[in-house]
Design a protein around this ligand. Structure first.
Ligand code: FRU
Length: 478
């Protein structure tokens, strides 16, 4: 579709002179057949991890990993988009450009925390040398007029004996009047199963002023951390700590952890004095194909999250000037100690009042719709030649999604099917936003996030009992 040249070097850096090129790419992306209406996607180029998520100055801020000049993992910038309702997002702009020597290989992931009426943006200043990476963490401060200033740099600039140079993705939070930072990393080990001689670790730092940081040590974890741990994030929900981790190289375990990289949540208590996480429960966070690097944030005391709608470097069957996006903003809750997440109310409210469904076939009017089912848990979406399928085996207490029937196959190397176990399935909420699909079981006890590339709005048809529930379409707003 495109006439614009793909940037094969992956090293473009945003400057004012590049505005014309970016505008051309943006124009090409706007013609894509696969754009969602409610999910955030890059106006051009590749978007990965959500960064610096915050509710600040009465607005939702979403920063994100961005290479604007092509659908590839190039030199990472931070992009920025802002919303008051989680539905309408401002035009995407660059927020952090890797234009300083200490961040010459990219402004990598991190988070945000509000302090003295300003938003502190923490990130990894990626710095490569021929001998390997030198770990550096940096900060930029945004005021209420959205002026962003890079201050005292880097704020952490040291290697740690026994750990590799791959230390990244700061997540800063406050506890008992002090600031703490989690950092992902890897340590050298003789442990064989990772096959890399390295093992994922979680580091803790402490600070009184957000600028001077003191290393506390490694937090003990009860899980397989693979060969490298990325994107830690922690949030308090109903008096418990919920920790998100993105380990690379985690071993598959039956139906779990089938993706290139895994995403895990742990519920329990983070003990910052003894460097432990007392774990009540943990599991894979998402059972779909395209999910990674979740980040949690607060709106007041409310716990919210978003994740990258992608994982690693998947092969897509379409070649366009944009790649990936972010999941819906989701509200996090604990239900009898188990983590549940569900799209924020603002997103649900973007759909119309809906129609009752009690039939074998549902015909959605547009490519963005929401189906709430209380029966008919065995269905296909598409046509006989091009469909994806959902099925439920009540005896095995197992659900599965399959992309095997799609005409345009996706990332076949990692299989066609994903499964999850669930007891007493009572509701399924399916959000189809063109090529972005999110399915919530029992209001978010289990979630599948995955991409599909189908040519037109397709029927939903049941393979056995009637589909019973409601169908909602996206509200049309002038
Ligand atoms: C996770 C990740 C992070 C890193 C960023 C670079 O997807 O690899 O660890 O900071 O992406 O874009």
């Amino acid at each position: 579709m495109d006439t614009v040249t793909i940037d094969a070097h992956k090293t473009n850096i945003y400057t004012e002179e590049k505005q014309v090129q970016l505008a051309e790419l943006t124009e090409a992306v706007a013609k894509s057949d696969y754009l969602p209406q409610l999910h955030i996607y890059p106006k051009a180029g590749l978007m990965n991890d959500p960064n610096g998520l915050a509710y600040f100055n009465q607005k939702y801020y979403v920063f994100f990993q961005w290479y604007p000049f092509g659908p590839v993992h190039g030199l990472k910038h931070w992009g920025k988009t802002v919303s008051t309702d989680l539905v309408n997002w401002s035009e995407q702009e660059t927020a952090l450009i890797p234009d300083q020597s200490y961040e010459k290989n990219g402004c990598y992931s991190g988070n945000a925390i509000e302090y003295q009426d300003k938003l502190y943006l923490f990130y990894t200043a990626n710095f490569k040398t021929p001998e390997g990476k030198i770990p550096k963490q940096a900060v930029a401060i945004m005021d209420k007029s959205e002026q962003i200033t890079k201050v005292k740099q880097p704020i952490i600039d040291s290697e740690i004996p026994g750990l590799s140079g791959e230390l990244r993705d700061p997540y800063v939070f406050s506890k008992n009047g002090l600031f703490y930072m989690l950092l992902g990393g890897s340590k050298f080990t003789d442990r064989e199963h990772t096959g890399f001689g390295e093992e994922g670790v979680l580091l803790l730092y402490r600070s009184e002023n957000l600028l001077d940081w003191c290393y506390q040590g490694l937090i003990e974890l009860p899980i397989d951390t693979g060969y490298m741990l990325e994107c830690p994030s922690v949030i308090e929900v109903d008096g418990k700590d919920v920790l998100f981790l993105s380990p690379m190289g985690m071993t598959s375990d039956g139906i779990r952890f089938r993706n290139r990289f895994a995403t895990v949540y742990l519920v329990g208590e983070l003990d910052v004095e003894n460097l432990t996480f007392k774990t009540d429960d943990w599991d894979e966070l998402d059972a779909g194909f395209d999910f990674y690097a979740p980040q949690a944030f607060y709106k007041g005391r409310e716990a919210l999250m978003m994740a990258w709608f992608g994982c690693g470097e998947p092969e897509y069957p379409v070649s366009e000037q944009w790649k990936h996006g972010l999941t819906f903003t989701q509200k996090i809750k604990l239900n009898r100690g188990k983590l549940c997440r569900f799209p924020a109310e603002e997103i649900i409210n973007a759909f119309s009042s809906g129609e009752r469904v009690d039939t074998k076939v549902v015909k959605p009017e547009t490519s963005t719709y929401y189906l709430h089912l209380t029966a008919g848990f065995n269905f296909r979406i598409g046509s006989a030649q091009d469909y994806w399928a959902f099925s439920y085996d009540a005896n095995k207490e197992e659900v599965s999604i399959s992309r095997a029937g799609l005409a345009l196959k996706i990332d076949e190397m990692f299989g066609y099917e994903r499964k999850a176990t669930i007891k007493d399935l009572t509701t399924i909420d399916v959000f189809v936003d063109n090529s972005f699909v999110e399915i919530y079981l029992n209001e978010g006890e289990k979630v599948f996030s995955f991409r599909v590339f189908q040519e037109k709005t397709e029927n939903i048809y049941s393979l056995d009992q009637n589909l019973i529930g409601m169908v909602y379409h996206k509200k049309f707003i002038d």
